[in-house]
Ligand binder design. Structure first.
Ligand code: ATP
Ligand code: MG
Length: 739
């Protein structure tokens, strides 16, 4: 017990050991909510004798789930944590549907329509019906309706206006299409799981506790899922922070906090007030930003670390110079701290993924390894999507979208017009494209559209690849469904390496390396205990259990890919790379050094954002990811023509005082503070000295960008207030607690 509670403060301990059935922990960033939630899971297992398979834990990112497993493993021992039902809402729902989905008519090998798939399905429906509707907004509207639990039929029944009719038809057609293809979109995973648990509550009969991280971002359907999962024991722990609610575009309902108090009047609220993540100065600046929201109730937040270095707010001439400056700061701070910081201690957090381009270029030029978390996910890269699409078709030949994307990749002389004609014919005859081409290849029935001789041969070759690959899924062929073999078989059949060589002369090696990485990912994901996860779901009497066949391993892999983010790549932890992420995807995470570039009006707050309070919270979330060093920057010019205006969230004089405008000067005392904040050994003074002289010697000729290149082009900009004018750092203004 004591080991379990060691290192927790009094409020955290009371949350961990609370006998109350419903506990809400509401607290600011870095106050140890996730840590507390993790300890409570361990406490329930070790002190209340709950079995891990009787506990459901929902975290927001799979990365957080993985971290939690590791923490729990530390408390309760190897092997036990793998029996927890732990994951994002989507992945927990996926597991219930894989296991018991047939009870509500969901086939076992269901696929996932990811956002791209959904968009293209809706686009085709709109084009076919010649509706005057944009696909993007239609998709988000459907998603919003699903999040609210409004089905296509319910929507159609309540709409009287003619202009809603078109949208109602799109929604209905979209649903019909997904059903025909055995696809579920992201929202369906939740909606259908709610349906399953409503109709068959017996599936969660064994659940004795439900714990939710990042509760402020749950939407209505997730709330329903939570209450259904906890329907038997009504034992729930949630942790969250209203100031970090940043997902209203995904219909997150901050009201769910209040709703929970109504639905569970017995719930108790525990507040945590100590911040264990960030330096005092970083906290002060973040608090100054969030406190501009006057409607927000004021809450105490106490820094436990030393004051640290003032965050930096820097104006640079252009986006390119901004990117170079970031690279230079990484290089400078990393070198000067003589081994204290590694590349994976740095993250660059963006309001929008497209801002990464100039930063990626600058990092690339400087030879700094990095990985992108959002934007182009690893699994969204062109070469990876091709391989995944082949696997999707092999898993489910009826997956029209995947099939038409790869039927002529690499080229098999099946022209676009032939593919389009096949698609249209399939739609009119209400069969799948696979059925058409299978009949065509096997000479059973020719399609009505004209197929040239070479195209016929191409179709035969494609069908042959799919059929021989599917052979590999048959139990007698390979009981374990070795994904590795399957992928290599496909790669070899489509001569993928040669295809990449011929189509991407300049970077085919990188692309091929990505493909090899995919193979490694597939092997690891398959081995990473998803199977063990499913064992956690109980055998329920009266509800049929599905045993995994070889093909199920493939379909689970594909579902996991669809649900994963770049941060979830199995090797993520160990790789020594700078992280580039959107702020949204960085929620719940922390890094010693954080850069937030492009802090100008139009970027943050985003020009299309309606809710500026939410944009401010987003900046707050970004800033509070930083432990030791925080940099905000703003290019004076966004493009050749457009000048930017510093974001209104940091432009006021009272806020600017929290920032330095030159960047931290890394001396020995700063390094000592950094080491203290990061709880790492402090480098020796002589190492620091050696690093300093090395940097001075190499700076001019070896460093990718010279200081003049950056400083020389700096705009004339007047930092407000000399440093003596700066307010007391946060930790001094309020009660300081030293850890
Ligand atoms: P966020 O709102 O950003 O998700 P959080 O409240 O979940 O933050 P955690 O991620 O749990 O915060 O904790 C932040 C950091 O503080 C972690 O590195 C954690 O290990 C550390 N921490 C939490 N509680 C304590 C404590 N009592 N003593 C020392 N360190 C702590
Ligand atoms: Mg957290």
């Amino acid at each position: 017990m004591d080991a379990l509670l060691d290192g927790l403060n009094a409020a955290q301990k009371s949350a961990v050991t609370s006998p109350a059935s419903v506990v809400q922990v509401l607290a600011p960033p870095g106050s140890g909510k996730t840590k507390t939630l993790t300890a409570r899971v361990a406490y329930l297992i070790s002190h209340e004798c709950l079995q891990p398979w009787n506990i459901i834990v929902c975290t927001f990112t799979i990365k957080a789930a993985r971290e939690m497993r590791e923490r729990i493993r530390g408390f309760v021992g190897e092997g036990i944590e793998s029996k927890l039902i732990l994951g994002t809402f989507h992945s927990v729902a996926r597991r219930y549907l894989s296991r018991y989905g047939q009870e509500i008519g969901i086939p076992k090998n269901f696929g996932i329509a990811d956002t791209n798939d959904s968009k293209s399905i809706i686009k085709r429906i709109i084009e076919r019906q010649k509706y005057n509707v944009e696909p993007g907004p239609a998709r988000s509207r459907i998603s919003k309706l699903k999040a609210k639990g409004v089905s296509a039929e319910q929507f159609a029944a309540t709409q009287k206006k003619v202009e809603q009719h078109e949208f109602a038809c799109i929604y209905a057609d979209y649903e019909e299409y997904l059903k025909a293809q055995s696809l579920l979109d992201y929202d369906d995973l939740l909606v259908r799981c709610v349906e399953l648990l409503r109709k068959h509550p017996v599936c969660v009969n064994n659940v004795q506790a439900v714990l939710i991280d990042e509760y402020q971002d749950t939407n209505n359907i997730q709330y329903d899922l939570m209450t259904l999962m906890a329907s038997r024991m009504r034992r729930i722990t949630i942790v969250g922070d209203p100031d970090q609610s940043i997902y209203s575009f995904r219909s997150a309902e901050i009201k769910n906090l209040l709703r929970m108090r109504d639905d569970y009047p017995q719930s108790i609220v525990i507040n945590l007030e100590n911040n264990y993540r960030s330096s005092g100065c970083i906290l002060s600046s973040a608090m100054a930003v969030i406190e501009q929201d006057e409607s927000r109730p004021s809450k105490p937040l106490i820094a436990t670390h030393c004051v640290g270095e003032q965050p930096t707010l820097r104006h640079l001439a252009t986006q390119h110079i901004e990117a170079k400056w970031i690279v230079e700061e990484i290089h400078r701070t990393k070198t000067l701290t003589a081994g204290l910081l590694n590349y994976n201690d740095y993250s660059i957090l963006l309001r929008s993924a497209h801002l990464s381009l100039s930063i990626e270029r600058a990092l690339g030029k400087a030879g700094i390894p990095y990985r992108m978390v959002s934007g182009t996910r690893f699994f969204d890269r062109a070469e990876i999507r091709i391989v995944l699409d082949y696997l999707r078709v092999i898993n489910q030949p009826d997956h029209n979208d995947a099939l038409v994307r790869v039927i002529n990749l690499p080229s098999r002389k099946i022209g676009d017009s032939t593919v389009k004609a096949l698609q249209e014919e399939a739609e009119t005859r209400k069969v799948t494209v696979w059925k058409l081409i299978l009949d065509c290849a096997q000479g059973r029935k020719k399609p009505k559209c004209k197929i040239s001789g070479p195209a016929q041969k191409g179709i035969e070759a494609f069908v042959n690849i799919i059929l021989t690959s599917r052979q590999k899924l048959l139990p007698e062929e390979d009981k374990e469904c070795n994904l590795l073999d399957l992928i290599y078989h496909v790669l070899q059949k489509i001569s993928f390496e040669a295809y990449l060589k011929s189509t991407h002369k300049e970077n085919w090696k990188d692309r091929w390396a990505n493909v090899e990485e995919l193979v490694a990912q597939a092997t690891q994901m398959a081995a990473l205990g998803e199977e063990a996860d499913d064992e956690a779901l109980p055998v329920v009497e009266g509800v049929e259990q599905r045993q995994d066949t070889a093909a199920d391993v493939l379909s689970k892999f594909l579902v996991n890919v669809a649900l994963s983010t770049e941060l979830d790549r199995a090797d993520g932890e160990e790789v020594n790379q700078v992280t580039i992420s959107t702020i949204h995807s960085a929620k719940g995470l922390e890094w010693p050094v954080v850069f937030i570039p492009a802090v100008y009006d139009g970027s943050i707050p985003h020009s299309r954002a309606e809710d500026h309070d939410e944009e401010r919270r987003l900046l707050y979330v970004g800033m509070t990811r930083a432990e030791a060093l925080l940099y905000l920057s703003c290019p004076v010019k966004q493009s050749a023509q457009e000048d930017t205006v510093l974001s209104k969230f940091v432009s006021s004089r009272s806020i600017q005082k929290f920032f330095s405008h030159s960047g931290p000067s890394i001396g020995c005392s700063v390094i000592r503070d950094l080491a203290q904040i990061l709880r790492r050994p402090c480098p020796l003074a002589e190492d620091v000295q050696a690093a300093r002289s090395l940097l001075e010697r190499v700076e001019d000729n070896q460093y990718p960008f010279t200081r003049e290149e950056i400083d020389g082009e700096e705009p004339s900009w007047n930092p407000i207030g000399p440093s003596s004018d700066a307010p007391e750092p946060y930790s001094k203004r309020r009660r300081v607690e030293t850890s």
